[in-house]
Design a protein around this ligand. Structure first.
Ligand SMILES: *[C@@H]1O[C@H](CO)[C@@H](O)[C@H](O)[C@H]1NC(C)=O
Ligand SMILES: *[C@@H]1O[C@H](CO)[C@@H](O)[C@H](O)[C@H]1NC(C)=O
Length: 342
């Protein structure tokens, strides 16, 4: 049975068992910055037939039409991105946004693609097109409301921890001064339309930037003792980083009712030893997946229902040399780099 079907059943049962805790899910990021990767058709066939939907959530970055064709008629749940290079175009007019939605969303809804999030850019804030992100979101939301029919597609954007000025302790989380205006306007709008903010959360990068202050155990979900923040106890850096975002959002909307999805997280298998290794990547991603699926919450958010997308499907040899190329959980021949997706 596909995990999503299970989730629907769990949701239906929850009506009769209000005490039941809802758990989250783990999906995958499918990036294609490499010249040794299988075709989209091979990848999607692998996920649906060979893996039989053990990974049911997929995020794609480039809205590539070959991938969208390959996804047609499958039950994979898709997060699609407006590439950073297309944000200003989509923000430029309602007609431009309508055309983008028609070409990449409407056409493929008709061909049987199930979309969940429409993500405007990846880590576009801060950056040269940061000031166009909100207008792009507004235009796309209009387009979807007019045209998408019955699918609930949430328009949003994905940001990294770079947008936070303070992230420790988690309760003090807030946006950095250089993006505070943009982030609060976006946050308020997403809250109004019920969209989650997508966040890219990498305990690995926090660890390698401050190895003297952060322990490997804490980054790998293996800390023997918690770090306290007021009443809350943190046994892993991932939760602390997510809750720093929660604090930043709550500060803006003045309500605990905020929504977040972890659009990227992961650990490299090579490129910066001793932190990067197959063994550390195996531990991190397995513990993360278990945390999302069986627990599904952070210390601050009992209702977050963690939805996480592991970065990534493959190593991508066109990315910056070093660790950036080595986040893949599958080899190009579609065998797993280490046991994860069982
Ligand atoms: C944020 O919204 C306010 C109020 O609508 C507006 O005056 C301001 O220019 C916006 N700031 C940015 C950076 O978009
Ligand atoms: C797949 O590729 C990996 C890495 O090159 C290799 O170690 C492994 O033996 C290959 N598996 C198969 C079944 O070809």
């Amino acid at each position: 049975m596909a995990p999503l079907t299970t989730l629907v059943l769990v949701l239906a049962m929850a009506v009769f068992q209000p005490s039941m805790i809802l758990s989250g899910d783990a999906g995958i990021n499918y990036g294609r910055n490499g010249d040794n990767l299988p075709s989209p058709k091979q990848v999607i066939n692998f996920l649906t037939k060979d893996l039989n939907y053990r990974i049911s959530l997929i995020r794609i970055y480039d809205a590539n039409l070959d991938i969208l064709e390959a996804l047609s008629g499958t039950n994979l749940v898709v997060t699609i991105g407006v590439p950073n290079e297309a944000i200003s175009y989509v923000a430029s007019s309602q007609e431009a946004a309508d055309k983008w939605v028609q070409d990449h969303i409407i056409t493929y809804i008709r061909k049987g693609v199930r979309f969940r999030y429409l993500c405007v850019g990846n880590e576009a804030i801060p950056g040269v097109v940061a000031s166009d992100v909100l207008q792009a979101i507004l235009n796309l939301q209009n387009s979807l409301r007019q045209r998408a029919g019955t699918q609930d597609i949430y328009v949003t954007t994905a940001v990294s921890a770079n947008v936070l000025g303070v992230s420790f302790p988690p309760s003090q989380g807030q946006f950095a001064p250089n993006v505070a205006d943009i982030m609060s306007n976006i946050t308020l709008y997403l809250h109004r339309i019920g969209s989650p903010l997508l966040i890219n959360v990498y305990p690995y990068f926090a660890l390698v930037s401050e190895p003297g202050r952060i322990s490997l155990d804490y980054a790998l979900f293996q800390a023997p003792r918690p770090i306290k923040d007021g009443e809350l106890e943190y046994y892993n850096l991932f939760d602390a980083m997510v809750d720093a975002f929660v604090a930043a959002l709550v500060r803006v909307v003045q309500s605990e009712d905020v929504k977040l999805v972890v659009s990227e997280t992961g650990w490299p298998t090579a490129g910066r030893e001793p932190y990067s290794s197959i063994e550390n990547a195996r531990i991190y991603n397995n513990k993360l997946r278990e945390h999302a699926i069986t627990r599904g919450t952070t210390p601050r958010k009992a209702d977050i229902n963690l939805e996480v997308y592991i970065f990534s499907m493959f190593n991508e040899n066109f990315k910056q040399a070093g660790e950036q190329q080595n986040f893949g959980t599958f080899y190009p021949n579609l065998t797993q780099v280490y046991p994860l997706w069982y």
